[in-house]
Ligand binder design. Structure first.
Ligand code: PBG
Length: 324
């Protein structure tokens, strides 16, 4: 059907027509808000590279989550900043650690909120790596029981979802087994299946106080050049029992999101990471970009690529925008 019979512009004339033929939708119940929890009371430390985001103590977390629920946000993912760090990241799996305490408080005071616990060691180890160190390297198999312990601690505290972000091999299976052994077979696992060794995590590492103290994460996170490998990672995690698989970061990896969705047809999450958020914020602060439009365009692009679920620091602002 060629011009002049067919005119693409006909369906673009009004917002009503554009909405009628819109292929992709975004709604607040698809968004997950990442939050950083720290010790103390009344604490609200701004994170300079992530405007509008704070490290908050548990009492403030409860206040913030009540507001989030009012804007239509249904899910939060928690990252912990422990009292102290050690070589084995014990603050990450202690039953009375910062995350289990935060989960208990939220389940008591904001019961309608779905609470996810990010399972990793880098916020809790003094060396900042996502596993324990043996002979100068991150020891995969020795790390698995500790990750499983953290997942169980979060589930027992009341978490709805555990989300391992460490990229150790075999961790989804280890976590599934540990949960099931304790009668926690209803707990959902969202695996960070295709997590890249990305420079876009910079602001997060400030927020979570988790930069590696030596080396980098290239020995366990994926090479940005690889996409076939992402499919293999996703397949393995699904075989081990992942319920939802994640691609991270989102915008530089839209092709990977698309391929994962096409190949497996399972629920796919994408993490619109701290650096993606910071870039838009910084450009907007300079008056170079319209913050709200760039935010909504980014999120709809991630949905269009194939993500069902988006973890994003824009969650609260986008939910407000979606209501208007
Ligand atoms: C922990 C973890 C990281 C992020 C989420 N979980 C940091 C990292 O791997 O270095 C990054 C999230 C973001 O940048 O928003 N392993």
């Amino acid at each position: 059907m060629a011009y002049p019979i067919h005119r693409s512009r006909r369906l673009r004339q009004t917002e009503q027509l554009r909405a009628l033929v819109r292929e992709t939708r975004l709604s607040a119940d698809q968004l997950v808000m990442p939050l950083f929890v720290c010790p103390g009371t009344g604490v609200r430390n701004p994170i300079s590279s992530m405007p509008g985001n704070f490290q908050v103590s548990i009492d403030q977390l409860v206040v913030d989550c009540k507001k989030l629920v009012d804007t239509g946000i249904c899910h939060v993912i928690l990252f912990g900043i422990p009292e102290s760090k050690d070589p084995v990241g014990s603050g990450g799996y202690a039953e009375d650690g910062i995350i289990p305490r935060a989960i208990r408080a939220l389940k008591k005071d904001v019961p309608s909120l779905s609470v996810w616990g990010d399972v990793c060691m880098c916020e809790y180890t003094d060396h900042g790596h996502c596993g324990i160190i043996k002979d100068g390297d991150v020891a995969n198999d020795e790390t698995l029981p500790l990750l499983a312990k953290a997942a169980v601690a979060y589930a027992e505290a009341g978490a709805d979802v555990v989300a391992p972000s460490d990229m150790m091999d075999g961790r989804v299976g280890a976590i599934r087994d540990a949960l099931d052994e304790r009668g926690l077979e209803h707990i959902v696992i969202v695996s960070y299946a295709a997590k890249y060794a990305s420079s876009f995590y910079g602001p997060f590492r400030e927020a979570a106080e988790s930069p590696p103290q030596f080396g980098d994460r290239k020995g366990y996170q994926m090479d940005p050049a690889n996409a076939e490998e992402a499919l293999k990672e996703v397949e393995q995690d699904l075989e081990e029992g992942a319920d939802i698989v994640m691609v991270k970061p989102a915008l530089p990896y839209l092709d990977v999101i698309h391929r994962v969705k096409e190949a497996f047809g399972v629920p796919v999450a994408a993490y619109n990471v701290s650096g993606e958020f910071a870039m838009i914020q910084a450009a907007a602060r300079n008056g170079w970009i319209d913050l709200e439009k760039a935010m909504m365009e980014s999120l709809i692009s991630i949905r269009r690529a194939g993500a069902d679920i988006i973890l994003t620091y824009f969650a609260a602002d986008a939910a407000k925008q979606l209501r208007t």
